[in-house]
Design a protein around this ligand. Structure first.
Ligand code: GMT
Length: 382
């Protein structure tokens, strides 16, 4: 029988894939009998709505006139040290390199200096823009590189992201730190096709879920949708909120499709919103994995997506969805039109999408890979 581990998980509390993955991982590990603590500057939404036995440490620090903004990352490090000194932690698992791998590294260093208990080991999971947009910026790059190498193990959510990490941070040599690929996962009981039936007689519906950052290109999606439905009636349901939302509203009105585009804002009932749709649309310029696409697949919904980053490791073109080059709006619109107005074809692809999500990304199998990694790290085998 495997021993119980004491695990600290660090993550962002915002709506977004890395916080979802970290929260679902924490809940699954706790269900599996491990002692799990989550450290963040607020409660991540997926954790907030769950009764699971995870101990949440909301580490905000105090505002002070000398601080331009409150240094949550330092408050997180202090909260970790409090827990470690009181009861011990074996593993610190940082999600998104910045600032969490730095907070975890600091906590491990401080714990090593304490000499009272063995210091926790640090595992860092890279999610996407922590490597490609933020972590790679000259203002952070040296530190991002350092904390990845200083982690006891580093993982990436796709082969594409592991490659990006090697190319950006070890361009002239083999990375001294192997980046292990552990893909994202899905709870196929919660995300399932029959969670909510399609309303009979409702117009064809495309759904999109994101945080409306520029990288998601939601205005581009609104334009593509306008092209796709020319002369026909369909609905685009946009779930989430973020910087580009106001622009999307204005654009939908300007394109004369204001009545076809629905803005639902941030919601937790994601499976219930996805399952009745005909197609899920993902228009990103860059995407390391595309967790929302996987959620749609598990709900039996085919995905129309740009062929960005690691998306092709999740969606198989022609089987579970349709992929087009990142800047080819005509092809993307054609794909949308095809799946919106060929219900039988969309349904067949949806069945394949569900089957792939269960076979390749089922939660239980992936959680086992993280547990195995923690044990290897603790045994010094990584
Ligand atoms: O890296 C980001 O942009 C943020 C992150 C998030 O928290 O939303 O998204 C990334 O991590 C997700 C979970 O691993 C992936 O499914 C997303 O593809 C990835 N986003 C990008 O690469 C743009």
């Amino acid at each position: 029988m495997n021993s119980k581990l004491r695990i600290g998980i660090l993550c962002h509390p915002t709506y977004g894939g890395s916080g979802v993955v970290a929260s679902e991982l924490a809940l699954s590990l706790a269900d599996g009998g491990h002692d799990v603590h989550v450290f963040s500057h607020d409660v991540p939404p997926r954790l907030a709505r769950s009764p699971g036995p995870v101990q949440m440490h909301r580490a905000q620090g105090i505002p002070y006139p000398l601080f331009h903004s409150t240094p949550h990352d330092l408050a997180i490090t202090s909260a970790i040290l409090n827990v470690h000194r009181a009861q011990g932690l074996d593993i610190l698992h940082a999600h998104y390199a910045l600032p969490h791998a730095v907070s975890a590294f600091l906590a491990r260093s401080a714990a090593q200096a304490d000499h009272t208990r063995p210091a926790p080991r640090v595992v860092t999971t890279l999610h996407g823009t922590d490597i490609t947009l933020v972590g790679n910026d000259p203002s952070y790059a040296p530190l991002t590189q350092f904390v990845i190498m200083a982690s006891d193990a580093a993982t990436a959510v796709s082969e594409w992201l592991a490659r990006q990490t090697r190319e950006r941070f070890c361009p002239d040599m083999d990375c001294p730190k192997p980046i292990e690929v552990i893909p994202n996962f899905i709870d196929v009981e919660r995300f399932r096709p029959d969670v909510l039936p399609r309303v009979a007689g409702a117009p064809p519906m495309a759904v999109h879920v994101s945080n409306f950052r520029a990288v998601k290109r939601v205005p581009w999606l609104v334009r593509a949708f306008a092209k796709a439905i020319k002369g026909k009636t369909a609905q685009l349901v946009l779930v989430g909120d973020g910087p580009d939302q106001a622009q999307c509203r204005a654009l939908a009105a300007e394109l004369g499709i204001g009545a076809n585009v629905v803005f639902l804002g941030e919601r937790d009932a994601i499976p219930e919103l996805m399952a009745p749709a005909d197609v899920f649309a993902l228009s990103s310029r860059e995407e390391s994995f595309g967790l929302s696409a996987l959620e749609a697949m598990a709900c039996g919904i085919p995905v129309v997506s740009t062929d960005a980053g690691g998306v092709r490791e999740v969606i198989e073109h022609g089987i579970s969805g349709l992929l087009s080059p990142v800047d080819d709006m005509d092809a993307f619109a054609d794909h949308l039109r095809r799946l919106l107005f060929d219900r039988a074809g969309a349904r067949n692809m949806g069945v394949a999408a569900r089957e792939q999500s269960v076979r390749r990304f089922r939660r239980e199998a992936v959680i086992g890979r993280y547990e195995d990694l923690y044990r290897r790290v603790l045994a010094g085998g990584v």
